[in-house]
Design a protein around this ligand. Structure first.
Ligand code: NAD
Length: 258
């Protein structure tokens, strides 16, 4: 069912779009009237089961493509963006792919730290570069949206490397807004709070921390992935045409509370 038409005429590309929040962003793009949705991931089936994401989007009457891409690799990002050529190029690039670690305290291993940074931060830079390059070439007033986290705004001792990567994502979005604004390209971040996805159940510790955050969240519930999808649709649409370089927190008010 269509929710709105705010993304009419826009091709939306979502990285890490086969699970959790990315899947919801892709579906929301279709529901908000996108002309096409391109989903990339390292697997074409949702890890939590169900039909392939492209089947769901096609079911909404919107053209959909899946493309394998490891966001940590430049050539994958460049090839991914080229997938959108058949739809006239990418209008809205959503950099969502990310990982968390099973053990991520102050003693996080160097190997885990580097793996996480290459997925969560290098991947965002490479994806943004690929999209911006195509948008500039085609003269598109595009929108680039980076999915960060409340963990990138307030540090958390249980997610040291993760918070570090997301803090980088926060400033990457602002720096991109500054660099790309003169070409009419906007860049913003969306910082989800506690959202009900598999990532929250990686370990007992992460699940316990999520429960504690939930209790401190003014709205007293975890967010739904569709609520992040709607926020991303707004930032991708012309309704947010003069908004660039901001962080949109989708956190039930958590970061506003002392
Ligand atoms: P998820 O694990 O359900 O989904 C992440 C997706 O990214 C997976 O489909 C995975 O295959 C893909 N991915 C991981 N590494 C990749 C790579 N190198 N190349 C391509 N795809 C890759 O997690 P999620 O909870 O949906 O998280 C999505 C985004 O939201 C992440 O950036 C995460 O940090 C962020 N986030 C999640 C929460 C939450 O509460 N779940 C809160 C704040 C931020």
């Amino acid at each position: 069912m269509k929710t709105s038409n705010i993304l009419a005429g826009k091709a939306v590309l979502v990285t890490g779009g086969c699970s959790g929040i990315g899947q919801a962003i892709a579906v929301a793009a279709a529901r908000h009237g996108a002309k096409a949705v391109i989903v990339s991931d390292t697997t074409d089936c949702p890890r939590d089961g169900g039909e392939p994401i492209t089947t769901r989007i096609l079911g909404l009457g919107v053209p959909a493509r899946f493309r394998y891409a490891n966001v940590a690799k430049r050539r994958d990002n460049d090839a991914l963006v080229e997938t959108a050529a058949e739809f006239g190029g990418v209008d809205v690039m959503v950099l969502n792919a990310g990982i968390s670690l099973r053990s991520d305290g102050a003693d996080v291993t160097e190997g885990d730290y580097r793996r996480l940074m290459s997925n969560n931060l290098d991947g965002m830079l490479l994806g943004a570069q690929a999209a911006a390059c195509q948008m500039r070439r085609l003269g598109k007033a595009g929108s680039i949206i980076l999915i960060s986290s409340m963990g990138g705004i307030a540090g958390c001792g249980k997610t040291v490397a993760y918070s570090t990567s997301k803090g980088g994502v926060e400033l990457l979005a602002k720096a991109l807004a500054h660099a790309l604004g003169p070409d009419g390209i906007r860049a913003n971040s969306v910082a989800p709070g506690v959202i009900d996805t598999g990532m929250l159940r990686t370990t007992h510790e992460v699940a316990a921390a999520a429960e504690s955050f939930r209790q401190r969240t003014p709205l007293r519930r975890p967010g739904q992935t569709s609520e992040v999808g709607d926020a991303v649709a707004f930032l991708g649409s012309d309704l947010s045409g003069y908004i660039s370089g901001v962080t949109l927190c989708v956190d039930g008010g958590l970061l506003s509370a002392a």
